[in-house]
Ligand binder design. Structure first.
Ligand code: PHE
Length: 350
């Protein structure tokens, strides 16, 4: 734990052990340079304390770059609530209320929203004690609801720019696209892609998603062991992180990787591995900012739906285009180019 924190370049980490449930809560604040830190709350079981802390630390860094590139005046943070494997769902409500109290006590240093393992209903509960620092409540409670469709819209916009770069045209019509994870982001992305005329395949382990997309939509369902080796134009990771690594990258048979999951690269070298294989990578934090833009814009900045859609689409396309051009001009990876652009924005503010 000591070395993880020493190597991390962020500002503050708050660690709390929730005795009644045995859950660990990690609130990582990477940067408040552009404004108060904001980031989702991820709740899941981890194999050990270290990997939960590491996830929070890395995700808070990605949030920082995400906001820096999107022009939204927030810093980056993230919470991981690591629940034990025998977690009693009956205690969920009380745990979320205690977590809300922690957020409240931070007094605006950190704002949160939903992430993996969290729903708008959970945000309602957290805001019972954590208001006004909670984004993403249900519409019934005054929130904007699910951010999945807005995230998917941003990913779609990023795919169009990537296609223009690789194939010479933005259109996704007829492109073979594999979506890994058909949950709230992946599922919405599949619907956008079908409307755009793409030839969509998907992969998921949840019975509900499989039934919906394979049986009702008649889409080809790819089994988990083949997901990295299927031939396609675009591979879209929309499930968990670290799916691009030294084992999976050599198997890929796609021209573009563009998806909504956070922290897709297992380690920094994976950006080079992708480039060496001639695969164009649209950095995750550049194209998956749509959800955060939606929640913050609709709930705190009075954006209309149309307004939000334009900002997500145009914002992501402009920045991604700039990143691809910089990467080509300097002969660096798209990940390195994205960092340079983000660092520039961060250092322009005192
Ligand atoms: N978890 C989301 C993300 O990673 C959404 C989110 C972030 C929501 C920050 C509100 C604030 O972008």
């Amino acid at each position: 734990m000591e070395s993880l924190l020493k190597e991390w370049d962020g500002e503050t980490t708050i660690i709390s052990y929730d005795k009644p449930t045995g859950a660990w809560i990690f609130i990582a604040i990477f940067s408040t340079r552009l404004g108060p830190a904001a980031g989702g709350t991820r709740m899941k079981h981890y194999s050990d304390f270290q990997s939960a802390l590491q996830d929070a630390l890395r995700l808070s860094e990605a949030m920082t770059y995400k906001f820096a590139l999107s022009g939204i005046s927030f810093g980056g943070g993230k919470t991981v609530i690591a629940i034990p494997c025998d977690f009693d769902t009956q205690s969920r409500h009380a745990l979320l209320r205690r977590y809300g109290e922690m957020v409240q006590k931070l007094g605006g240093l950190f704002y949160t929203g939903p992430d993996v393992g969290m729903s708008s209903t959970d945000m309602d509960i957290i805001s019972e004690t954590g208001s006004p620092y909670v984004f993403g409540r249900t519409p019934k409670s005054g929130g904007a609801g699910s951010s999945g469709p807005a995230t998917a819209l941003g990913v779609l916009s990023g795919m169009q720019v990537a296609c223009e770069h690789v194939f010479g045209e933005r259109s996704l019509n007829g492109r073979r696209i594999l979506v890994q994870g058909a949950g709230s982001v992946g599922g919405a992305l599949i619907e956008y892609l079908r409307k755009a005329g793409a030839d969509v395949m998907f992969s998921d382990v949840e019975e509900k998603s499989i039934c919906r997309f394979r049986d009702d939509f008649s889409l080809q369902c790819i089994s988990a062991d083949k997901v990295y080796s299927v031939e396609c134009d675009i591979f879209a990771p929309c499930a968990l992180g670290a799916v691009l690594n030294n084992k999976t990258i050599p198997q890929l048979k796609c021209r573009v990787v563009a998806g909504g999951a956070n922290n897709q690269l297992a380690e920094p070298e994976d950006a080079e591995r992708l480039r060496d294989r001639g695969i164009l990578y649209a950095p995750d934090y550049v194209i998956n900012v749509g959800g955060a833009m939606f929640l913050i814009g609709m709930e705190a900045q009075d954006w209309t739906q149309k307004n939000m859609e334009n900002k997500v689409t145009e914002g992501i396309q402009t920045v991604l285009q700039q990143i691809f051009e910089l990467a080509a001009a300097k002969n660096i990876t798209t990940e390195a180019a994205a960092r340079q652009v983000a660092e520039k924005r961060l250092s322009s503010v005192k």
